[in-house]
Design a protein around this ligand. Structure first.
Ligand SMILES: *Cc1c(COP(=O)(O)O)cnc(C)c1O
Length: 468
């Protein structure tokens, strides 16, 4: 198994190189050169297995022999032992013909742990074998930063610098990053916005002199290994006894399209999937695309579901590649025009084709609060704002008896306590192991929004000669 770029002009690479590269040389994203398939008998044989064993069977075909199977099984067992629920991703009832798939039982209470906990361990394994080290530099507006730090803390071969906009992430999110005490974790509070942080990271990645001294890696959702790890819980959900013999409708609160794209990968591998429903907040570029066949950039508005406040969904490029029959040059042309004009239009036949699998629905903040309250009134459960957007989309599409709804719960309600309390009057409590989060000591460095200052700081921390 090798991986090809969605823009058709980068060399094909094996799994371990794709893991470390992140983005392809031609600016594209890596996808498998062909989709592995599992037969109905393969899926049946996984019934009754635990999450870790299902994970090994689903992901093994993607490794192309680059990681020994017994090593991989040990890495997977260790990864999902870090979750605080024995089933890792439990499926709980949510009214008639509907279920919630809880993906927030990892260390930082968001679904990103499902993939990033594995990614950190894979980095260490591959780098140790190669005798190499990497430095991860990222920018975060919240969930990705804490999940990436938690995944990399204490890893031998990895140094991680995470930039967050000072005073602009929630207190829970900041403390989940800044109370981690490992020597290889460096939190930088930047005097600027999230966009400033992203621009600083881009400038550092474009700095050839720095990259010559320091191999850099990224952990954002364009990394193929993150998508791969997310395929597992779609298969896991469909194998639960409650869904036996059904092809579920999956409803997914969506930002960068990484999570829901993994659902499409599961479908391409042969999993019976009736439909994939995308939920968006006011930042509804995807929902508008599924409604009209035109992708058009608007500004970004802050909402109650900040991890979905995006202007463009970077992983949609992988879907475009499939939609254009894996023609990388066609994708490259569409994206060039998109950057120039702010508009991407697919022809009617392809628009119809994508709508056979996907639909999109939007929900504003008022609707989100109403949905959180509705779920609480109906079931007694508290759901976070992202999850509420997904449930709305799933209900709007409509489950049926032979195609039940599985709504993905992407964050624990205690990660967004203010919104949940405003909607229900109930303040969700942090789980036991995070209960003392507000008493823990914080450590971070404050830096101006200035690339020379950030570069100097990173070089000094790494101990590069002549650092200033
Ligand atoms: C990141 C995130 C999302 C969006 O996932 P994508 O893969 O970017 O579509 C949704 N909900 C939560 C809680 C998140 O952290």
């Amino acid at each position: 198994m090798r991986y090809v770029s969605t823009r058709g002009a980068a060399p094909a690479l094996p799994f371990d190189d794709v893991l470390l590269a992140g983005l392809a040389e031609d600016g594209g994203l890596y996808v498998p050169e062909a989709w592995p398939s599992l037969s109905p008998a393969d899926f049946d044989a996984m019934r009754g297995l635990g999450y870790a064993e299902v994970a090994v069977r689903v992901m093994a075909p993607y490794l192309g022999g680059r990681i020994a199977e017994e090593d991989f099984a040990a890495i997977i067992a260790d990864t999902y032992a870090a979750f605080d629920h024995p089933e890792v991703a439990p499926l709980v009832p949510l009214g008639a013909d509907a279920y919630l798939l809880e993906l927030f039982h990892g260390p930082t209470l968001a679904f990103k742990d499902c993939a990033l906990q594995l990614l950190g361990r894979l980095f260490d394994h591959v780098l140790a074998r190669r005798g190499e080290r990497i430095t991860i530099i990222g920018a975060t507006s919240g969930d990705t930063g804490s999940a990436a730090i938690e995944a990399c803390r204490g890893r031998e071969a990895v140094e991680i610098f995470m930039l967050h906009p000072q005073g602009r992430v929630s207190e829970v999110q900041r403390r989940q990053m800044t109370t981690v005490t490992a020597d290889n974790v460096h939190n930088l509070a930047i005097e600027g916005t999230f966009d400033d942080c992203q621009d600083l990271v881009k400038a550092l990645f474009n700095d050839r002199a720095l990259r010559a001294e320091l191999p850099l890696a990224a952990v954002n959702s364009i990394n193929w290994a993150r998508i791969m790890a997310q395929i597992v819980y779609y298969v896991w959900a469909a194998l639960r006894p409650a869904l036996s013999g059904c092809a579920p409708v999956f409803a997914v609160p969506t930002g960068n399209f990484g999570n829901v794209f993994a659902g499409d990968c599961a479908r391409r591998m042969g999993l019976p999937v009736k439909h994939l429903v995308v939920g968006s907040n006011r930042n509804d570029i995807l929902t508008r695309f599924f409604e009209t066949g035109v992708m058009e950039i608007h500004g970004v508005h802050p909402t109650l579901s900040p991890s979905m406040d995006i202007q463009v969904s970077s992983n949609f490029e992988r879907q475009l590649f499939e939609l254009y029959d894996r023609d990388g040059l066609a994708v490259d042309g569409l994206l060039r025009a998109f950057r120039e004009t702010g508009e991407l239009r697919v022809d009617p036949a392809r628009w119809q084709a994508v709508r056979e699998t996907f639909s999109g629905y939007r929900l504003d903040d008022e609707g989100t609060k109403r949905m959180i309250k509705t779920i609480h009134d109906e079931t007694g459960m508290l759901v976070d704002p992202h999850t509420a957007v997904g449930i709305h989309a799933g209900r709007a599409h409509g489950p049926t008896a032979d195609a039940p709804l599985v709504a993905l719960a992407t964050a624990h309600p205690a990660k967004f306590p203010d919104a949940v309390e405003a909607a229900t009057g109930v303040r969700p409590a942090l789980p036991e192991r995070l209960a003392d989060l507000f008493e823990r000591e914080e450590s971070y460095d404050m830096l101006p929004n200035d690339v020379a200052a950030v570069r100097g700081h990173i070089r000094a921390k790494i101990g590069l000669a002549g650092a200033a």
